[in-house]
Design a protein around this ligand. Structure first.
Ligand code: SF4
Length: 487
C-alpha cells in the first residue's frame, strides 16, 4: 500500500497553491451494493477538497479493511484493490493536510481497535484544542504511542479509549470535548455514524439510495452515486445508520457558523449548501462585484474554473461580453513526478495558457475568486500582457484575505497573505494590474442569502467565531513540534 518512492507528492505549480481545502468525506451503508466502488466514486466527486491522499474502509460485518495511499483517488485505487474491499458499509476520505504533514501515516481513514470492535474514522475540518486532547489521551493510556501526527488520530484514539458500552456512547462522550471544525464519518463493523460540530463550519449532507444511505461532504458526492439529497446534517447533530434506518440525536445546541469561503471557492459549483446552489450564488457574487467595481473594458474573462461563474455574473451585470481567454489544463494537480527546473520556471503556464486571438489588443476584465499570496495573479497579469492585452482589470469575488483559517483551510501564514501587509492599491501595483477591485464583505454575504450571523468570515475580518488558542501559532505541524520537544 505504501509507495516505494517516498511519502510526499509535489505541487507542480511550486509554492503558490492558493487556498487548499481540508478534506472530503464520504460514507455509505448499503448491504448488497459494491460499497467500495460507491465510495470510490463519491471520493472522485469530492476530489477537489483534498488531493494529497485518499483512503477507503469497508466492513463485511466481521472485520474492517482499510486501503489508503498518497495521491489522487484515481491514482490510489485499482479495480483489484476495490474488489478486495467487500462489505455492507464503507467510509472514505480524500485529504489535504491542515494538521500534520502530508505523509502516508497521516492519510485517512484512521483505524483503532476498541473494546467493542474496531473504529475507522474520517474527518473534514480542523480541531483547535488538539494539544489538550492529546494530554487527555495520554492520561487514559500512558503507553499510548501515536502513529499519525494529526488531530484526527488524537480524536480517534480518544473515542477508542472510552470505557463505554458501545461506539455510539463513546462518540457521544467525546464529541463535546472537541473544539473547532469537524464533519465526521466513522464506523464499526455494523454501523455507519456521522457527526458535525456545533457550528457546522464544514458541510455534510445525507442522501438516500434505493438500498441504503449515503453521507457526503457535498451534495455532488450524492449525485455521482445516484443518491437523492435528503437534507443537511445539522450543526451539533449525530446520526447512526444501520438495518434499523437512520437515527438522529443532538449532541450540542446548534450555533451555525458555516464557512463563507465554501460559497466563494471551495465547494463544487454543482453543490447546494444551506439551500443555495453554489453556481447560482457565484454568478450573483459576480453581478454584485460588477455593481461595486465597474470597469471600462471590451471583454470579461474568468480565471478558470473557479472564477467562471463570477465572471458570467460580472459580464451579465456590466453588459461587457464574456469570453474564455485562458485555457486550463484540467489534468494538472498533484503528481508524483517532480517537475524539472525548466518546467518549473514555466510556472503558471503548466496550469493556464492564454488564447492570444481572444486577448490581443483588448481591455480585459479578469475575474478570480480570491488572492492569497498574489503570485498566481501576478503571473496571470504578466501572461495576459505577453498575449497582447491592452489593459488588465483584475476583479476578485471575495474580500481581501487578511487572516489565516484555523478551521480547516490552509491559506498560508498571516505574514504570507498579501492583503495582510498591503492595501488594495499596493496589491494592484504588486501584481501589475491596471486596476484591482474586490467585492465587499456585505456584498458577498448578501449574495449567499445566508444571514451574516450564521456564517464564519474570519479570514476576511479576523473575528474568529470559535476560540483560537495561542499555541496554534505553531501551525499545522503542532503535534510534530510537540513530539520533538518531548511534551
Ligand atoms: S476563516 Fe475563512 S476559510 Fe476558515 S472557516 Fe472561516 S470563512 Fe471559512
Amino acid at each position: 500500500m505504501r509507495r516505494p518512492d517516498g511519502l510526499l507528492n509535489h505541487n507542480v505549480l511550486g509554492e503558490d497553491k492558493g487556498p487548499q481545502d481540508a478534506c472530503g468525506v464520504f460514507g455509505v451503508w448499503a448491504p448488497g451494493e459494491e460499497v467500495a466502488k460507491l465510495t470510490f466514486y463519491g471520493l472522485y466527486a469530492l476530489q477537489h477538497r483534498g488531493t494529497e491522499s485518499a483512503g477507503i474502509a469497508t466492513s463485511d460485518g466481521e472485520r474492517i479493511l482499510v486501503y489508503k495511499d498518497m495521491g489522487l483517488v484515481s491514482q490510489v485505487f485499482t479495480e483489484g484493490d476495490l474488489a478486495t474491499l467487500k462489505g455492507n458499509l464503507a467510509i472514505g476520505h480524500c485529504r489535504y493536510s491542515t494538521t500534520g504533514s502530508s505523509t502516508w501515516v497521516n492519510a485517512q481513514p484512521t483505524l483503532r481497535p476498541t473494546k467493542y470492535g474496531t473504529l475507522a474514522l474520517a474527518h473534514n475540518g480542523n480541531l483547535t484544542n488538539t494539544g489538550d486532547l492529546a494530554e487527555l489521551v495520554q492520561k487514559l493510556d500512558a503507553n499510548y504511542t501515536r502513529g499519525a501526527t494529526t488531530d484526527t488520530e488524537i480524536m480517534t484514539a480518544l473515542i477508542a479509549l472510552q470505557d463505554s458500552k458501545n461506539l455510539e456512547a463513546s462518540a457521544l462522550t467525546v464529541l463535546p470535548q472537541l473544539e473547532g471544525a469537524f464533519s465526521l464519518v466513522f464506523m464499526d463493523e455494523h454501523t455507519l455514524y456521522a457527526a458535525r460540530d456545533r457550528h457546522g463550519v464544514r458541510p455534510l449532507v445525507l442522501g438516500k439510495l434505493e438500498t441504503g444511505w449515503v453521507v457526503a461532504s457535498e451534495s455532488a458526492g450524492l449525485d455521482i452515486v445516484g443518491a437523492a439529497f435528503v437534507r443537511e446534517i445539522e450543526p451539533g447533530e449525530f446520526i447512526s445508520i444501520d438495518a434499523n434506518g437512520v437515527r438522529s440525536q443532538k449532541w450540542a445546541e446548534s450555533q451555525p457558523k458555516g464557512c463563507l469561503f465554501e460559497y466563494v471557492y471551495l465547494a463544487r459549483p454543482d453543490t447546494t449548501i444551506a439551500g443555495s446552489g453554489i453556481h447560482k450564488t457565484r454568478v450573483a457574487i459576480g453581478a454584485q462585484l460588477a455593481k461595486e467595481q465597474p470597469a471600462e473594458a471590451d471583454l470579461v474573462i474568468p480565471v478558470p474554473e473557479s472564477g467562471t461563474p463570477a465572471a458570467i455574473g460580472y459580464a451579465k451585470e456590466s453588459g461587457i461580453p464574456f469570453g474564455m481567454g485562458l485555457v486550463k489544463n484540467s489534468y494538472v494537480g498533484r503528481t508524483f513526478i517532480q517537475p524539472s527546473q525548466t518546467i518549473r520556471q514555466l510556472g503558471i503556464r503548466l496550469k493556464l495558457n492564454p488564447l492570444r486571438e481572444i486577448i490581443e489588443g483588448k481591455r480585459i476584465v479578469v475575474v478570480d475568486d480570491s488572492i492569497v499570496r498574489g503570485n498566481t495573479q501576478r503571473a496571470i497579469v504578466r501572461m495576459l500582457r505577453e498575449a497582447g492585452a491592452r489593459e488588465i482589470h483584475v476583479r476578485i469575488s471575495s474580500p481581501p484575505v487578511k487572516w489565516p483559517c484555523y478551521y480547516g483551510i490552509d491559506f498560508a501564514s498571516r505574514a504570507e497573505l498579501i492583503a495582510h501587509g498591503l492595501d488594495v492599491e499596493e496589491i494592484r501595483r504588486s501584481i501589475g494590474a491596471d486596476s484591482l477591485g474586490y467585492v465587499s464583505l456585505e456584498g458577498l454575504i448578501s449574495s449567499t442569502q445566508v444571514p451574516s450571523e450564521r456564517l464564519c468570515s474570519a479570514c476576511f475580518t479576523g473575528e474568529y467565531p470559535i476560540r483560537i488558542p495561542e499555541d496554534l501559532s505553531e501551525g499545522k505541524m503542532r503535534l510534530e513540534i510537540t513530539e520533538v520537544h518531548g511534551h
